[in-house]
Design a protein around this ligand. Sequence first.
Ligand SMILES: Cc1cc2nc3c(=O)[nH]c(=O)nc-3n(C[C@H](O)[C@H](O)[C@H](O)COP(=O)(O)OP(=O)(O)OC[C@H]3O[C@@H](n4cnc5c(N)ncnc54)[C@H](O)[C@@H]3O)c2cc1C
Length: 489
Amino acid sequence: MGLLDRLTRRAAPVAPLVADLRAALSDDRVRVDGAERALMAKDASVFGGGVAGPTCFPTSTEEVQAIMRVAARHDAAVVPRGAGTGLAGGAIPLGAPIVVSTGKMNRILEVDEANGVVWVEPGVINLDLSRHLRPLGYHFAPDPSSQAVCTLGGNVANNSGGPHCLAYGVTDAHVAAVEVVLADGEVVMLGGLEAEPAGYDLRGAFVGGEGTLGIATRIAVRLTRNPPAVRTLLLSFAAVRDAAETVSAIIAAGIVPAALEVMDQRITVAVENFVSAGYPVDAAAVLLAEIEGLDDGVDIDAARIEEIGRANGATDVRRAGSDHERELLWKGRKTAFGAIAQLAPDYYLHDTVVPRSALADVLEQVYEIADRHGVVVMNVFHAGDGNLHPLLLFDAREDGTLERVHAAGAEILRASLAAGGVLSGEHGVGVEKQRFMDELFTDADLDHQNRLRRAFDPACRANPGKVLPMGHSCADIQALRSVPTEVWG
Ligand SMILES: Cc1cc2nc3c(=O)[nH]c(=O)nc-3n(C[C@H](O)[C@H](O)[C@H](O)COP(=O)(O)OP(=O)(O)OC[C@H]3O[C@@H](n4cnc5c(N)ncnc54)[C@H](O)[C@@H]3O)c2cc1C
C-alpha cells in the first residue's frame, strides 16, 4: 500500500474507531468533545499545528494494550501524553491521532529497597514521587524545573534533566526497567533489576524515544539516598563570561557538585521582582552551586569552589546559612520561567548543549544573535552540563515577532553545533528540531535511527511525524498534518 493510500485511510470517518475505543475502556474515558481535544492539541512549546483525535484515559497496562490493538485494527496513529509540559512539541498530535493521556495511571506501586528501585505508573508526577520517598530517606534525582507538574512517563520519553543531574546523571541513569506497550499491543519489559540485564540495552533505546517506540506503562526508577549534608553557594560576577569560566574551572579541579546553575542579570532581576529569592540584582551573573555528601567533604568542596570563584572574578560569595535560605535560592531558580511573565506574554525556551569549555564564547554569540534579531534574551541554564537555555521573550500578537524568534533560535542552534555541541540537552527533538537533525547526523545515521524506530513499530503508528526529519520514512507521516479535522462521535 502506498503512503498516500495509508494517509487517506487514516483520515477516514472515525465513529467506528471511537466506538471500539469506548468498548475497550468506557464511554467517559474516551473523550471526543472539542474542549478536551483543544487542550490536547498543544503542549508547553511554541509550536502549533496539533489536531487531537479521540482522547483516552486508560487506568492500566491492559487498557493501553486494548487501545493499541484498536488503533492497529483501524490503522490509526497514537500519541502518548503526560502533563503536556514538553517544550519541543513531542506531545502535539499530528493528523488527529488517538491521544493516550496517562493522567489516570498515577500510582506509586512498590518501593523495593532491596533492589534500590521504586515501581511507578507513568502518570506519577515527578515531585510527588520525591515527596513520597522523603520519609524513607530517598528521592528521585532528576528534578526538571517543571517537576511540580511533569510526569515520570514524560521524563523517561524525553530523557529529562534538571539542576541536580550534574552529579547524578539525567533520567536515563535512573531507569532500571520499563514496561512498554508496543504499537501492535504487545507488552514487553525492557531492562531489568539485575546489575547487568541480558541482551542489547533496549531500555536505553526507549529512554529518550519521545513516545515513538511505544507507551511506557510501568517504570522502575532508582532510589537515590538523601544526602547527609548539603552546602549551597551563590557566587556573583561582574561578567557572564567569568561565571561560565568558573564552571569549567570547578570541574577541571575535579569537583563534581550536585548542581551548577548560571543566571544572568536580566533573569535575576525578574526573579527578585517575582519571589524575592535574595539574588543580587547588580551582578551581571550569578552561579548557584550545590555540593552534597558527608559533612567534612562538603565543607572542603565549598571552600574550594569559593577559592576558584574568586580566582575567576567572583565579586561576592555567599553561603546559604539555613534551610530556608537555601530553599529560597532554589525557589528563585525554579520559578525563573514564571517570573518572566511580568515582562512579556510569550517566551521560547531554547535548549542546546555545548562543550563546557565553549560556554563563555557561545553565550556571547547568543546575546549578539538575539540583539541582531531585535529579540530580548535571558539566560538561565544548567551550566555544569554545558546545557544552554536561552529564553527568548516576545509578544505573539505583534506581527512578525515569532518569525524573528525562530530565526534567532535557528542561529543559536547552529552556533552551538559549530562549537561542537548537540541539538538538545533535555527537551528532546519533537517537532522543534526535526529540521536540524540532518545538520548533526549523516543520512546513514538517520537511516539507522529510522530502522531502530521501525524495529519497535514497523507501521510508524506511535507518535508519527516526530524526531526524524522529513524524507526519513516514518517522518513522512507528518503529511498527516494537512488532513482536515473530522467530526467525531
Ligand atoms: C517551565 C518549564 C520548565 C522545564 N524545565 C525542564 C528542565 O529543567 N529539564 C527538562 O528536562 N525539561 C524541562 N521542561 C520540559 C518538560 O517539563 C519535560 O520534558 C518533561 O519531562 C515532560 O513531561 P510531561 O509529562 O509534561 O510530558 P509531555 O509533554 O506530555 O510529553 C513529552 C513527550 O513524552 C511522550 N510521553 C509522555 N508520556 C509517555 C509514556 N508514558 N510513554 C511514552 N512516551 C510518553 C510524549 O509523547 C512526548 O513526546 C520544562 C518545561 C517547562 C514548561
